[in-house]
Ligand binder design. Sequence first.
Ligand SMILES: CC(C)(COP(=O)(O)OP(=O)(O)OC[C@H]1O[C@@H](n2cnc3c(N)ncnc32)[C@H](O)[C@@H]1OP(=O)(O)O)[C@@H](O)C(=O)NCCC(=O)NCCS
Length: 173
Amino acid sequence: MSTTLTAQAISTRRLDLLPLRVEHAEEMATVLSDPALHTFIGGTPDSPQALRSRYGRMSAGSPDPAVSWLNWVIRLRDTSCLTGMVQATVSPSGHGSVAEIAWVVGTPWQGGGIATEAARELVAWLSRQPVHTVIAHIHPEHRASAAVAAAAGLTPTDERHEGEIRWRRSIRR
Ligand SMILES: CC(C)(COP(=O)(O)OP(=O)(O)OC[C@H]1O[C@@H](n2cnc3c(N)ncnc32)[C@H](O)[C@@H]1OP(=O)(O)O)[C@@H](O)C(=O)NCCC(=O)NCCS
């Protein structure tokens, strides 16, 4: 059985995770403008226009009704600045739904624990949804991202996906 899930606002100690909207594109184009953000994930920064159309496609949702595309921007509550985003793609699998999660934090805000705080609450939110397993794919040399995954309770597996290590956390229900 699969259900289409919808992103809901999630609050953490310092952050508001807000469901992604097209209107976030302009500010996010600045947040994500450093080419260094693409060292491990490939690609190049999007222009505001390209990000607008990308966010339009993302917020329209997956064409496959069995798959949920869940995306949040990360707002630092104190300053009201957007600082990055987290996402979860929830798909049916043989053993119940699997959520693949990912995160990005703009260079000026890195190293302050934002990705860790956001990823932990994202996994906590997913654990209240009909999701059995959370996975992430992380480049073997990406120490910061591995630390975020570990803090969110994922552990590395022997499985590889396009050269990246698959991390996993089972959610007991
Ligand atoms: C991965 C990323 C989201 C981390 O964001 P962040 O907000 O800086 O992360 P945090 O501040 O929560 O730090 C997480 C851990 O990484 C460590 N870390 C942060 N920057 C680091 C760096 N440049 N090198 C090594 N470790 C680093 C922190 O010390 C922390 O580890 P700890 O918990 O053991 O102290 C950010 O670097 C990023 O967006 N990178 C580009 C996009 C990307 O590659 N996304 C991941 C795809 S899987």
